[in-house]
Ligand binder design. Sequence first.
Ligand SMILES: NC(=O)c1ccc[n+]([C@@H]2O[C@H](COP(=O)([O-])OP(=O)(O)OC[C@H]3O[C@@H](n4cnc5c(N)ncnc54)[C@H](OP(=O)(O)O)[C@@H]3O)[C@@H](O)[C@H]2O)c1
Length: 370
Amino acid sequence: MTTPMRVAVLGAGSVGREVVRALLERGDDLRAADGSAIVLVGVAVRDVARAAAAGIPEALLTDAPAHLVADPDTDVIVELMGGDEPAYTFIAAALGAGKPVVTANKHVIAHHGAELEAIARRVGTPLRFEAAVGGGIPVLGPIAGDLAANRLEAVRGIVNGTTNVILTAMRRDARPYADVLADAQVAGYAEADPAGDVEGHDAANKLVILVRLAFGQWIEPASIRLAPSAAGGGPGLPGITGVTLPDIEAAGEQGFAIKLVATASRTNRGIAAAVMPSAVSLESALGRTDGVLNRIEVEGSPIGSVAFSGPGAGGAETSSAVLADLIAIARQGGSTWAGLGPASGPDAAVAPQHEDVFVGPSGARYPVIR
Ligand SMILES: NC(=O)c1ccc[n+]([C@@H]2O[C@H](COP(=O)([O-])OP(=O)(O)OC[C@H]3O[C@@H](n4cnc5c(N)ncnc54)[C@H](OP(=O)(O)O)[C@@H]3O)[C@@H](O)[C@H]2O)c1
């Protein structure tokens, strides 16, 4: 391709502003030797004046993302607004019009992935979403491409930085959940409404995406188990909201850190998937994955076990994955699922069975990962 690829970015928040900055300041460096030039032609935000004050050239700004999607002078749409709607409608419309889409939106891919994959395949237009899992960590592309010769059996990981920051601080500083959450909100590691992170929904969305690439199947996010069993056998509180300091301390005495771990595996009952606070051996690499770091481990044959770790969030870090997807499209690359066949589903996931559990003083039962 010799004509420049004209890119519109929808959203200039934590991630979008870093993508916009990179395209404006080092767009020439982002051009691959065998790809077209990448030119930023529009940026959509809600508050144009605020974005202009933050340094985005006024001539690029609009508060009408739909216009950028429909504009015949845009070739590729980068969706970085987040949330369900209108993001889903814009992504679907762009793909339907034959415009490649790059997004970091794990919610939209997890909840509408099957429909979007169908549109992308029917039109023959790439949909890329490397940034949706693990922020800047390259994990989806390697699973779909470099590991394509394997039959993958299991995937697990720490995929939510906010909860890992909170659990790490509770363990290191011996402070209760509510105090640490309040501090994380002030420091910008947790949102004002933290439910999506602390209840495990964000990690579940990422697990849906990992499962699609590892096992060729879309699963329903709502079918993923989010709560450990509580005292008495009933379900406990979702995500990390029921993790107590005494449980963390008792786990530590036995050589475990409590971590929010997303797991999925093939079973003869279907795909078993859960996002649960788990007792992870402090001697393992997963158990030592602290703070904002993410780590994803994949098992299959013939590779055995392979792991990906690094910065799972952050605007600049995540822009690395978004920009790489743009570079891939400028080189005529396909979708994130690369050469994998169409996925089945969406189907319901089944709950995993845990034989090895750590029972905390609260009575909560944490699956053990050694
Ligand atoms: N932050 C991370 O570390 C990270 C990591 C991986 C993936 N992601 C994903 O990346 C996406 C973006 O996250 P973020 O943290 O950058 O979000 P953010 O800081 O909240 O920024 C969102 C941006 O989208 C704009 N926007 C939202 N709704 C809009 C609408 N209806 N019309 C026009 N503009 C709209 C906002 O404009 P105004 O500012 O004018 O309101 C803002 O510029 C999300 O899907 C998120 O899950 C984020």
